[in-house]
Design a protein around this ligand. Structure first.
Ligand SMILES: Nc1ncnc2c1ncn2[C@@H]1O[C@H](COP(=O)(O)OP(=O)(O)OP(=O)(O)O)[C@@H](O)[C@H]1O
Ligand SMILES: [Mg+2]
Length: 254
């Protein structure tokens, strides 16, 4: 029952016009996709969990003075955000070898990297989000050199914060992806964190068991995706055991 104007529908979220200019409503869907949308399933309750997990993380980042688009959560599946001009780059920070890095460089999955590594991917589904360098980004004008500096320092701050946050609840942050955008305020422009941070775009491994608690459960057909996301939420103290009813069973009407 959304009477709002739909601005954009992506694979995992929908953006609606917000209640006032410069704002949007970000709606979290239950769709799980991988391989640029080739693999697709509905995982009942995933959107609710990602909305809560992303709210939790963005609220903490805002509190640390790391600028984000997050304003407030509105309901089970929606949050109010500031509209930004998205920079068409996915920023990936890696601490441990996994995913495409393992394939590309022939590393063994789980190898601790000598230091955190930042990678950039050009956001273009038709091209399969190719890996690009800083040279490509600045030469093609996707971001200026000073913007790229801001993006990288923001990414490192987010990595430092998330690494500690997850380590405190027995989870290793292997890697994650973020998106940034330009926020115009008065005559000023600044780079802020946008999109979401959830187990959809982080690799999270249980420190003791080495179990995967992220979207790789879906990518690799391991099963138990929702349980893993719920586990992450519970460890962060977002959900208590009895909240499970919120993410299972009949769909809540909102
Ligand atoms: N604050 C914001 N202002 C404007 N757009 C945003 C903001 N935060 C996120 N977005 C964009 O909203 C969309 C979220 O939808 P979703 O994540 O489902 O997209 P997607 O299918 O992954 O596709 P895309 O390749 O565009 O990310 C993304 O395109 C993202 O770049
Ligand atoms: Mg996305």
């Amino acid at each position: 029952m959304n009477r709002r104007r739909k601005i954009y529908e992506g694979k995992a979220k929908v953006l609606y016009e917000g209640p006032e200019p410069g704002t949007l409503v970000q709606y979290f869907k239950d769709d799980a996709t991988a391989g640029n949308g080739k693999k697709h399933e509905i995982v009942d309750g995933k959107g609710v969990l990602n909305n809560r997990i992303s709210e939790f993380i963005f609220t903490k980042l805002n509190g640390l003075g790391i600028p984000t688009h997050f304003v407030r959560r509105m309901n089970m599946r929606e949050q109010l955000i500031k509209e930004v001009e998205i920079i068409p780059i996915e920023i990936v920070v890696r601490n441990v070898a996994a995913g495409s890095l393992v394939k590309r460089l022939g590393l063994e999955q789980g190898t601790q990297l000598p230091r955190s590594i930042i990678e950039f991917y050009y956001k273009d589904d038709a091209l399969g989000d190719p890996l690009v360098s800083e040279e490509h980004i600045t030469a093609f004008g996707w971001a200026t050199p000073p913007e790229l500096d801001d993006i990288m320092s923001l990414a490192i701050r987010v990595n430092d914060f998330l690494t500690g946050l997850f380590m405190g609840v027995g989870i290793q942050l292997v890697d994650f992806k973020i998106e940034c955008g330009r926020l115009y305020e008065n005559d000023m422009m600044r780079i802020i964190l946008a999109d979401e941070i959830s187990p959809d775009n982080c690799r999270l491994w249980d420190v003791k068991t080495r179990n995967k608690l992220d979207k790789d459960r879906f990518r690799e057909d391991l099963g138990g995706m929702l349980d893993a996301y719920r586990e992450v939420a519970q460890r962060l103290g977002i959900l208590v055991e009895t909240d499970n009813a919120l993410t299972t069973g009949p769909r809540l009407v909102q």
